[in-house]
Design a protein. Structure first.
Length: 171
């Protein structure tokens, strides 16, 4: 049987927490995840319906193996990047606003606006940037802002951009 714990740790336990094996588990749309022990192979389904999904948990298997599980709630794989781009806002300057792309997935992007921004939640934007020498065009909707950082969900992209992003996201 596999148990999982979430709690506060003393300094000693925090050190042990840092040197333990780590496993990344993906939580699906139904808020369930499967955890498998790397030593004995036992697995268990964890159901988080009606509960908050923890960021990480200490897992103890029936065989005595202890390891840390990090729960990933993203729907798509995300990859870091560092590329200059331009953001276009309806009613904004025709030349756009310069931005710096930080990471990307099929579901969204994270970019920074040097000097800050005035974007609102759910505001629709157009983004244009170069990825591996090719121009990518996305329509996005702002989901989270803070300081210079903007995180947005992809609402539309052309087929060419989908292919470029797909090749970039390959491991």
């Amino acid at each position: 049987m596999i148990h999982y714990l979430v709690g506060k740790f003393s300094r000693y336990k925090l050190f042990v927490w840092c040197v333990m094996d780590r496993v990344k588990i993906y939580v699906d749309e139904s808020r369930t995840a499967f955890v498998a022990c790397s030593k004995c192979g036992k697995s268990r389904e964890l159901n988080f319906s009606g509960k908050e999904v923890p960021h990480a948990s200490l897992v103890t298997c029936g065989c005595g193996n202890k390891f840390i599980v990090t729960f990933e709630k993203r729907q798509y794989y995300r990859k870091q990047l560092d590329a200059a781009g331009t953001c276009f806002v309806e009613g904004g300057p025709p030349e756009g606003t310069p931005v710096r792309m930080k990471d990307i997935s099929f579901g969204g992007v994270h970019f920074t606006v040097p000097g800050g921004h005035s974007f609102e939640l759910n505001q629709n934007l157009g983004l244009v940037f170069r990825l591996k020498g090719e121009t990518v065009r996305l329509n996005v909707s702002v989901r989270n802002t803070g300081g210079e950082n903007v995180r947005a969900e992809t609402t539309a992209m052309d087929e060419h951009s989908r292919k470029i992003i797909g090749f970039y996201l390959l491991p």
